[in-house]
Design a protein around this ligand. Structure first.
Ligand SMILES: [Zn+2]
Length: 286
């Protein structure tokens, strides 16, 4: 573990302890969240070192990395995931469908790369822990750094990156001047976050090293030379996160129904505020 005595993003020394959060895979393990007085990011502290983080990924439970269907839950998750991809495409095609090349950073097993390929977009992926031999996905980032992309996506990935400042700068260099950086993140200002508090599974400690809201991510990206172009919801996340959060709090056969209700309320409330459970932020260069 490494203990941080300053903000990992802006290096400000004014930080304070805020909450204690349970690891959703090991409920006996708790992690502290700190906030930065300057850039207002919340971060996990102490956090596992880069070399240690692997043991905190339980791949059999980390559904985004699964390729085989197992339970009813996985089956439903598969249907939702496909609808989610369609939703992402409908919102983002005006940026992505431009004749250039798209990079999916943290591509998992390549579902988004495959989806874009079907849409005739030239897409490739980077995944540090490549677990299948996907032709368009590499685990060697150095192979990509001299390439130019018109769009780069990070689907629930930026919150996992240890050397975040270096990485965002590299991605910025790999993006054309008119390019767009598409970042999806959980939002701790969402209704479901406020409702579940320490049981909100999207804190996902210690795997999530940083926790943003709408303001703090814009502040951070501004430091890195980006300005917000647009913001879109990921409405399915409210249901999924609510279901897992209810289960973490207390296993109950009615949790799926309760999650549908709570997810609906969360999305409904977010219509005015844009404080969805997760948001997609589209950034352009300043
Ligand atoms: Zn800071």
């Amino acid at each position: 573990m490494e203990k941080l005595d300053k903000c990992p993003l802006c290096h400000h020394q004014g930080i304070k302890k805020q909450y204690q959060i349970i690891d959703r895979f090991q409920s006996s393990h708790r992690y502290s969240l700190y906030s930065c007085d300057s850039c207002s990011v919340i971060f996990t502290n102490p956090r596992p070192k880069k070399e240690e983080i692997k043991k905190h990924y339980h791949y059999d439970e980390y559904t985004s990395h699964q390729s085989k269907k197992r339970s009813v839950f996985d089956y439903i998750y598969g249907i939702i995931q496909r609808r989610n991809e369609r939703h992402k495409w409908n919102k983002l095609k005006k940026y992505i469908n431009n004749g250039g090349t798209h990079l999916d950073y943290g591509a998992g097993i390549g579902k988004w790369v495959d989806y874009l390929s079907i849409k005739n977009v030239n897409a490739e992926g980077y995944e540090p822990i490549a677990i299948n031999n996907h032709k368009k996905i590499t685990s060697d980032f150095n192979k990509l750094i001299y390439k130019q992309y018109t769009t780069i996506s990070l689907w629930h990935v930026l919150e996992h990156v240890h050397e975040i400042n270096d990485r965002v700068e590299q991605l910025s260099n790999m993006l054309t001047s008119e390019g767009r950086l598409i970042i999806a993140l959980p939002n701790h200002d969402s209704y479901d976050s406020q409702y579940f508090k320490k049981y909100w599974v999207a804190w996902d400690v210690p795997r999530h090293l940083y926790h943003w809201n709408k303001d703090s991510i814009q502040k951070y990206m501004k430091q890195k030379g980006f300005i917000l172009d647009s913001i879109y919801p990921l409405p399915f996340d409210a249901y999924y996160i609510s279901f897992l959060s209810y289960n973490l709090k207390n296993k109950n056969i009615f949790n799926s129904i309760r999650a549908v209700v709570l997810g609906w309320i969360s999305n409904r409330k977010a219509k005015k505020t844009q404080n969805y459970s997760s948001n997609i932020y589209v950034f352009k260069k300043l």
